[in-house]
Design a protein around this ligand. Sequence first.
Ligand code: ADP
Length: 267
Amino acid sequence: MIVVKVGGSSGIDYDAVCVDLAGRWKAGERLILVHGGSGETNRVAEALGHPPKFVTSPSGYTSRFTDRQTLEIFEMVYCGKMNKGLVERLQRLGVNAVGLSGLDGRIFEGKHKDSVRSVEGGKVKVLRGDHTGTVERVNTGLIELLLGAGYLPVLTPPAASYEGVAINVDGDRAAAQLAVALRAEALLLLSNVPGLLRDFPDESSLIRDIPANDVERYLEFAQDRMKKKVLGAAEAVAGGVGRVVFGDARAGKPISAALSGAGTVVS
Ligand code: ADP
């Protein structure tokens, strides 16, 4: 089993990802696609007059503050436009894809965090009404049912809280938990960069290999949201996933390239 997570930043070539995925699926490989949608969500939120608000925690992690209205916009884009756009591409390529969010069948489950600590102007503030959380459990029953019947699952946040509330979760870490739960041989985290860069944004500073027992040391090179990918990779390899690759989804055959060693390989 290979779990492919494709991000939501600008520059990602979704057609290239789907063509590559469809070819491998038809050749008999078992794959699952997980996707993001942050770039498009930001655009739609601006257009709807509810611009995104990002908060930085005291430990330096940036996340989207997700009030109820933001959650609904998030769902429109992730579960609607992005998810159906990918399912449509795959259907056109002859793959019987089924798009689901983590809420459906409680595929992704976790704790709802209602408040977030945010550093603003050097001070730490507590913001309430946040609909976020982290995936702690993956319920694989529905996924196995679909795979067993020949459908390719296309999954996206949000997740379900233990109380059944929709929560915005990080897609990279959700994909990592999924890969662990399915005992995947590989997790591919595809984005709009060649991999983890030692000196971002200098693309010639690509880090080629990271030893599995030393992933967290590489957090120092990752800024902003790249940190979540490094954390996800650490969780995946610690949970038994054979390898994690940070790969480039801007062109070519992104899945095949990552599987043949392009990008940053954590193993
Ligand atoms: P996606 O939505 O595609 O999953 P993110 O935007 O969450 O991707 O994370 C990828 C982004 O992380 C890159 O576009 C880049 O701007 C940023 N980044 C920060 N530090 C690094 C780094 N050291 N190497 C590569 N990218 C980095």
